[in-house]
Design a protein around this ligand. Structure first.
Ligand code: PLP
Length: 384
């Protein structure tokens, strides 16, 4: 139950990719028929990704993943002296890119979120400056699944003629994406979050948006990203985009939402002192982030892993100490609750029996960890 970290390659995606490792292995820049077969496959995949974005095929640039797409969007747009606006809950692919840009003379405003983890559009409006060149706000948060008001932010960007980038890595395949409705100029996705392989991604670049390449070399990707195309990866991303579109159109995504909701209800019903992080905010259908008070999230994850359930925390280990998640901290969750939070993110491969299994092992595992918690035991003793 850790699909926001990565997802398994679907058999259909592997099937579509396979011939491009061995038989049709050409370089898409070659003139001979091997090259032309490869070029045809790259362009068909570009059309599939364009359908996922509701854009023109020429506006899709293939990259090595979400991190590269985010970096290309930001480094490719900003120059020293520019001002940019982002939020405190972005993925580190965005936050650390901005940190690097700050050292190059770009001024960055980090806007706060409300307690639900939502970026309030008016906060963006208030952060605007005469030299604001770019706004970057994610479409869905990776830790909480909370959807951001990207359409409203797109309107603000349009009014001020500012470039709008959105990191849609955790939205792709989970909610429809329409770049014209969002009004963005740049949008990032990553293959491995949507059942394509690791190491492939794409950036939507609206026609007319000036973008300086980060990789220079040949004329690949209309001079926006040099380097021989990752042919099997691109074919896999195209196939995964087709499958994601079908799942959104035929409603099968609701099956995942129903499992997620049953998991949540089960946890709240069976375990005391728990709560949803992101309560009241719109969320992608597969993610739930829950604080299970009086335990350490890391300890719970290890205990659950030993029993066969893989989940995660947003916590990061830095210099030997476990730091609470920057997302939950930005939502003003008390530090102890942030440390006790875990994320379940479901996918196509999960079944109702996985939910049953999680609900069967969670209460006893939490109870055992709480028994070891001095704070909890003191509280329990006092209430006796
Ligand atoms: C919101 C978000 N952006 C960017 C990334 C980075 O994507 P990739 O792993 O493809 O580099 C991730 C990965 O977890 C993510 O969740």
């Amino acid at each position: 139950m850790d699909s926001n970290a990565t997802t398994p390659l679907l058999p259909e995606v592997l099937g579509a990719m396979s011939p491009f490792f061995t038989q049709s292995f050409g370089n898409a820049s070659s003139i001979h028929h091997y090259g032309q077969q490869a070029r045809g496959a790259v362009e068909r995949a570009r059309e599939s990704v364009a359908r996922l974005f509701s854009c023109r095929a020429a506006e899709v640039v293939f990259t090595s993943g979400g991190t590269e797409s985010d970096n290309l969007a930001l480094f490719g747009t900003l120059n020293p002296g520019d001002h940019a606006i982002t939020s405190t809950i972005e993925h580190h692919a965005v936050l650390n890119a901005f940190k690097a840009l700050q050292s190059q003379g770009i001024d960055v405003s980090y806007v706060e979120v409300d307690s639900r983890g939502v970026v309030e559009p008016n906060v963006i409006r208030r952060a605007m400056q005469p030299n604001t060149k770019l706004i970057s706000v994610m479409m869905a948060n990776n830790e909480t699944g909370v959807l951001q008001p990207v359409k409203e932010i797109g309107v603000i960007a349009k009014e001020a003629s500012v470039v709008f980038h959105t990191d849609a890595v955790q939205a792709a395949g989970k909610v429809p994406i329409d770049v014209n409705e969002i009004g963005c100029h740049l949008l990032s996705i990553s293959g491995h979050k949507m059942h394509a392989p690791q190491g492939i991604g794409a950036l939507y670049v609206r026609k007319g948006t000036l973008l300086r390449p980060m990789m220079v070399g040949g004329n690949h990707e209309r001079q926006r990203r040099a380097g021989t195309e990752n042919l099997p990866g691109i074919v896999g991303l195209g196939k995964a985009a087709d499958i994601a579109m079908d799942a959104l159109a035929n409603g099968s995504i609701h099956r995942i939402a129903a499992m997620r909701d049953r998991l949540e209800d089960g946890i709240f019903g069976k375990i005391d002192d728990t709560g949803l992080n992101g309560q009241g905010a719109p969320r992608v259908p597969n993610t739930t982030n829950i604080h299970i008070d009086h335990i350490e999230g890391e300890a719970l994850i290890i205990a659950l892993d030993l029993k066969g359930l893989a989940v995660s925390t947003g916590a990061a280990c830095s210099s030997g100490a476990i730091e609470p998640s920057h997302v939950l901290t930005a939502m003003k969750l008390p530090s102890a609750q942030a440390r006790s939070s875990i994320r379940f993110s479901l996918g196509k491969h999960n079944s109702e029996s996985d939910v049953d299994f999680a609900l069967s092992i969670l209460p006893e595992t939490v109870a055992r960890l709480r028994e070891l918690s001095p704070v909890y035991n003191k509280k329990a003793a006092l209430s006796c």
